[in-house]
Design a binder for this molecule. Structure first.
Ligand code: PHE
Length: 338
């Protein structure tokens, strides 16, 4: 029996040494260790072994099983290693790795970052307010009468509870004055919503950049100087800025700002870019009533406000012909800014 086991061991090790693939490995395992395998058959012979030899034979049996098992394991490992090496043989590990595609900022973020950084250098701090607004913050406090067309159901998204999607970021002027005292110098970028028919120059959800400066003796000269400086920083020092009289309920006097760019090479023409004006004292009076203190008493302070479309800034900055490109997320378009 001991000799027989030794023969099985030698045969097994020889067979394992000759194995060249994984199916051979499995076949050999079954041939020796499987239910009908040679070692399994031999161990069934244990019951005929005389009692005094059982211990030796048992030991030998274990030794042979361990030897075969570990030889099989070793062979398996070396087959796997050989397979991996073959798979890698066609790869040149010294080549530099392929660059990972890195994302880029959306053109709106790019212009906004630039605009915000210019205004921050000028001392404006970032402010924000909710997109879902009360009628009071969006209209009443901004001196906009009940019958103003902007308040119409057909122009504004209303909720059943009477709240609305803000139609401009000017509501942040009110939000800021409710909680801060002058001097106030803020900018508020954010989304605004109108029930506009969507086309190349209109989206129902768009982006604005609001500005508000309230202090003692703020004048129209401050407003003009601020916006002229801002637009020249953004679009180049040759940019011309024109203030055209206009009407907004919450500023008096009010203006629309037009730009003429000379950097683009194209025939320069005036483009409308922003609304602005001197804060109407009626707005301060509303804020004063709400606050219940004299911080915004119109006799002691004045201010200017402006608001512009960030989407429009991006169109001008990059010569984008259609606003819808900004929301379609077509990578062929976006890639150009990365
Ligand atoms: N809120 C105005 C608009 O959306 C722009 C504006 C802002 C005008 C601030 C004057 C002052 O058209």
């Amino acid at each position: 029996m001991l000799e027989e086991l030794e023969v099985i061991k030698t045969d097994a090790l020889t067979a394992i040494g000759a194995i060249s693939d994984e199916s051979g490995l499995e076949e050999t395992r079954i041939g020796f260790l499987g239910k009908k395998g040679r070692l399994t058959a031999a161990s069934a012979g244990m019951r005929d072994v005389p009692k005094e030899l059982k211990k030796d034979v048992g030991q030998k049996l274990n030794e042979v099983r361990t030897a075969i098992t570990s030889a099989l394991e070793e062979k398996g490992a070396s087959l796997t290693a050989a397979r991996d090496a073959a798979a890698f043989s066609s790869i040149d590990a010294t080549l530099p790795a392929r660059p990972l595609p890195s994302g880029g900022l959306h053109p709106l973020s790019l212009v906004l970052d630039e605009a915000v950084s210019i205004l921050r250098r000028m001392g404006f701090a970032l402010a924000e307010g909710p997109e879902i607004e009360t009628e009071w913050h969006c209209f009443d406090a901004l001196n906009t009468p009940e019958d103003h067309p902007a308040r119409n159901e057909s122009d504004t998204f209303y909720f059943e509870n009477g709240k609305l999607l803000r139609t401009h970021t000017s509501s942040v002027q009110i939000r800021t004055m409710e909680k801060e005292v002058p001097p106030v110098r803020i900018i508020a970028p954010g989304s605004a919503f109108r029930r506009d028919e969507i086309d190349a120059t209109h989206l129902s959800a768009f982006n604005q950049l609001e500005g508000l400066y309230v202090d003692e003796k703020v004048t129209l000269a401050d407003l003009k100087g601020t916006l002229e400086y801002f637009f020249r920083e953004l679009f180049g020092s040759k940019t011309e800025v024109r203030f055209r009289p206009h009407f907004f309920p919450f500023t008096e006097p009010s203006f629309e700002v037009d730009l003429k760019l000379h950097a683009t090479g194209k025939a320069a023409k005036w483009i409308e870019i922003a609304g602005c004006g001197i804060v109407d004292p009626a707005v301060f009076t509303e804020v004063t009533t709400k606050r219940g203190d004299a911080a915004y008493d119109p006799s002691g302070i004045s201010g200017f406000a402006f608001g512009m479309g960030i989407d429009r800034l991006a169109m001008i900055m990059y010569g984008i012909p259609d606003l819808r490109l900004l929301i379609e997320n077509d990578v062929r378009f976006l890639r150009q800014f990365a």
